[in-house]
Structures are given as structure tokens and as C-alpha cells.
Design a protein around this ligand. Structure first.
Ligand code: FES
Ligand SMILES: [Fe+2]
Length: 449
């Protein structure tokens, strides 16, 4: 197999485990179901972190708006008349009604549906019916409450904390690390929100480690290297790299190019525009490997929709770069693939939602189209074999987590992006030592007294 190397930082053959720690990391299980812990998250964490709310494709034109809900919080994102993006807490300053819901276009002003107080798209209060009844009521005292908003890679992020650090600082190494991939050329064509019987962290943990691939995703295991999948932790963010188009080195039986091809087609054939059950084109292979042919088909699929992928090396087409951004987001990308996933708290700590933002690389001048936003139950959702497998374990995980004999999760260094979520939570929630995660010391750390 010919593998050209795309980015010199991505050539390492480190494994996913990295240096083993002295002992496992232990995470109190209570934080996955306790209402008290969820309340702490609502008070101390969610209002202070940058969160993906929607995409630029949802709010591309003046007058476009999008309501972002995360647990108790509701934020309104509005494209103003001059093209600037603004975000506000979604609350009327009279008696607290929500101003808007869902997403839409052609908004001229924000008029509360209860008594008619009205703001312009800059958030300035413009009309108060029967205003004299309030006595002295300076309009400038009651603008909509602003929320920090910024964009990166056509993702719209919001932060309820007006003194939050800038988004780019929060994202640490991520923007530079993936800059080669031209993420701005992807367009979001759909979002899928799946309601599940699981805490938002149970959902996020599923896309924060590759340890489960060998068991939960046997088909994926036949077409990706889950062993040489190096990970990095920066702070709020972390990364995993996974090579596709090759069998896992863990497979006991040897596999042929046809086996790898079949597994790739079964799990993600759509990424190269190939229908399910398309056999390995042995007659065209001419000695080339499954990976070579997958890269070639992916380039051809791009060309068919006007996207030139000749700049991308085979490595850039086959190696998945997966980023995690605290608290709830992952971004998975290669040269012709982008999926972003987030998870949100539901009505109680044992319910949540998984949101998938689905993208396609498009020619730079392609016309605008609004993403289709779909909301489904776990039973209704069919987001492809691998995600169906991921979703299928969530309710059972959540039920197990609250069994009385189970007090702690026991985590490996292979799961260090899960550990990093909990380490950040400890910090944001300012937990006492007794409630923090323990263990995971590096093997060469000095002995604790
Ligand atoms: S609650 Fe909005 S105008 Fe009264
Ligand atoms: Fe998975």
C-alpha cells in the first residue's frame, strides 16, 4: 500500500494507550445521574463554556435566526441587518417570556408574543405598549441580554459568560492542527438530534475513545487501525488520529483487501459515493490495495460534485482526525469528510440528546442552502450502522451506572479524552477533593505519601 504523508506531525506510530499510568483513573459514577451534580453543572459549567449552537449555514443571511437550547438555557442567534452575528439570552425583559423558538428567516424585529415588547435585531428595546403605566421606564435600561458569539470552521459557538476567554484561545491547538483541511469549504446539509435515555456525558464518552471499537463495532474494526491511534490532550481540547482503509492489527485472522473494502463500504461507503454491497473491484485494482482504491474513489466522488481533491494526499483522505472540545463536542474530519457531534442535557440527568451535524465539502461558489433539522427518538433514528451501534448501548449504560454496587468508573489511559472531560469538570465545578477523580498518576511520578 502506498501511503503518502500529509502532515509531518501525523506520522507517528504511537499507540492509542500511550504511557500506561501507575493505576487506573477512578471517576465517581454519581456524576452521571445525581440531580445535585447536574445542578452544579447548570450553575457553574454550562454558563461558562463555549458551545456549538448551530452552523453559519443556519444563519447565513440578515434576518436569519436560530434558537439554541442546552438544558435549561436558551440562546437566540440572530444575523443582523448589517450582516453581523449577535446572540442574546432568549428572554423578554418584561415578565420573562421566551421570545423565539426554532429557526427561521426574515426576522425584522424581536416582538414578544405575550404583551408585545419589541427589540430590534441589535437588541435595543424599541416599543413598550402602554408605556406610561410603568412610570419612568428608560428604554436603554432594558436591552436584550447579550451572549458572546463567535465562529470557527462555519460553526457558531456561544458562551453565556460575557467575560469568557476568546473562542480561538479556548480552542487551543485545534484550529492550527486542522488548518490544512480547509474546513470552511464544507457546508452543513442537515442536523439530526436524537433523544436518548442517557446523561449527556454518557453520550459524549462514546465519542471520546476508540477502546470500544474492537467490541461494539466489529465491522469498523475490519477497516481501521485502532491500535496506532495516537492521542493528545491540550487542555479544553484533545485529539485522536485513526487510519482507515487498513485492518486493525488486533484481528486474529488475516484479512484481504476485499475484506477491508467490504467493511469500509458497509460502515461508510457513502463517503466515496459507493452503494452498499458494492464488491471490491479486483479487476481494476492492478495490484493496488483497498486503501489506494478508497482514496481514488473518494477523489472521484468529489470531482463528480465539482470538488477538486487532487490537493489531498492519500493519508489526508484516509486518516480521520478527531478532536474533542470540552464539554460536549467532537469534530471528525479527513480531507473529504466532516461530522460534528454534540450532546446536551435532557429534562433530567438521565436523559439527553445527541446532535449530529452533517457536512459535505462543496465548491466554494455553491449556492446557499439551509440545513434540514430533524429530531428523532433513539428508536426512529437510523444514522448508519456505527452510530446505531453507539446509540444502542446508551440506555443500558445509564441503567448500569446507577446500580448501587457500582461506585466508580475505572478508566484506562486509552480513555484519556474521557478522563480529560472529568478533569475539566472537576475544575469548572470547583469540587472538593473528596468528589474529584482519583488515580491515573503517570508511572514515573513520585510516590504519594
Ligand atoms: S412577557 Fe414579554 S411583553 Fe410581557
Ligand atoms: Fe463508537
Amino acid at each position: 500500500m502506498t501511503q503518502t504523508v500529509g502532515n509531518p506531525t501525523h506520522t507517528k506510530r504511537e499507540d492509542a494507550i500511550g504511557p500506561p499510568p501507575r493505576r487506573p483513573t477512578r471517576v465517581p459514577s454519581e456524576r452521571y445521574y445525581s440531580p445535585k451534580f447536574a445542578r452544579l453543572e447548570t450553575e457553574r459549567m454550562w454558563p461558562r463554556v463555549w458551545q456549538v449552537a448551530c452552523t453559519v449555514d443556519h444563519v447565513a443571511e440578515p434576518g436569519d435566526f436560530f434558537e439554541y437550547r442546552c438544558g435549561a438555557y436558551s440562546v437566540l442567534i440572530v444575523r443582523g441587518d448589517g450582516g453581523e452575528l449577535r446572540a442574546f439570552q432568549n428572554v423578554c425583559r418584561h415578565r420573562g417570556n421566551s421570545l423565539c423558538s426554532g429557526t427561521g428567516t426574515n426576522l425584522r424585529e424581536l416582538r414578544c408574543g405575550y404583551h408585545g415588547w419589541t427589540w430590534d435585531l441589535d437588541g435595543a428595546l424599541r416599543r413598550v405598549p402602554h408605556r406610561k403605566g410603568f412610570g419612568a421606564l428608560p428604554m436603554s435600561d432594558l436591552p436584550l441580554i447579550p451572549v458572546a458569539v463567535d465562529t470557527w470552521a462555519r460553526l457558531v459557538f456561544v458562551n453565556l459568560d460575557p467575560s469568557a476567554m476568546p473562542l480561538l484561545e479556548y480552542l487551543e491547538e485545534v484550529p492550527n492542527d486542522i488548518a490544512w483541511c480547509r474546513l470552511d469549504e464544507f457546508r452543513c446539509y442537515a442536523t439530526m438530534t436524537v433523544e436518548v435515555d442517557a446523561n449527556w456525558k454518557t453520550i459524549a464518552d462514546g465519542y471520546s475513545e476508540t477502546y470500544h471499537i474492537q467490541t461494539l463495532h466489529p465491522e469498523l474494526h475490519r477497516c481501521m487501525d485502532d491500535v496506532h491511534a495516537p492521542q493528545q490532550i491540550w487542555g479544553h481540547t484533545g485529539k485522536s488520529e485513526q487510519m482507515y482503509g487498513v485492518p486493525s492489527p488486533q484481528l486474529r485472522e488475516s484479512s484481504t483487501d476485499a475484506d477491508v473494502w467490504d467493511a469500509y463500504v458497509r460502515t461508510q461507503g457513502a463517503l466515496m459515493g459507493v452503494a452498499e454491497d458494492t464488491p471490491f473491484p479486483a479487476d481494476q485494482a492492478d495490484g493496488r490495495s483497498a486503501a489506494d482504491l478508497i482514496a481514488e474513489r473518494t477523489r472521484a466522488f468529489g470531482a463528480g460534485r465539482g470538488v477538486d481533491l487532487r490537493w489531498a494526499t492519500d493519508d489526508q483522505l484516509l486518516r480521520l482526525h478527531q478532536y474533542n472540545v470540552f464539554p460536549n463536542m467532537t469534530l471528525l474530519s479527513n480531507a473529504d469528510h466532516l461530522t460534528v457531534m454534540t450532546s446536551h442535557p435532557g429534562p433530567d440527568p438521565e436523559h439527553g440528546e445527541l446532535v449530529m451535524l452533517l457536512w459535505m465539502r462543496m465548491p466554494p461558489d455553491s449556492p446557499r442552502s439551509r440545513p434540514a433539522d430533524v429530531r428523532l427518538t433513539a428508536e426512529q433514528a437510523h444514522p448508519g450502522l456505527v452510530l446505531i451501534q453507539d446509540i444502542s448501548v446508551l440506555a443500558g449504560l445509564q441503567r448500569g451506572l446507577r446500580q448501587p454496587g457500582f461506585t466508580h468508573l475505572v478508566l484506562s489511559n486509552e480513555e484519556r479524552r474521557v478522563i480529560n472531560l472529568h478533569r475539566n469538570l472537576d475544575r469548572y465545578l470547583d469540587l472538593p477533593d473528596s468528589d474529584r477523580i482519583t488515580g491515573g498518576e503517570s508511572a514515573d511520578a513520585p510516590d504519594r505519601p
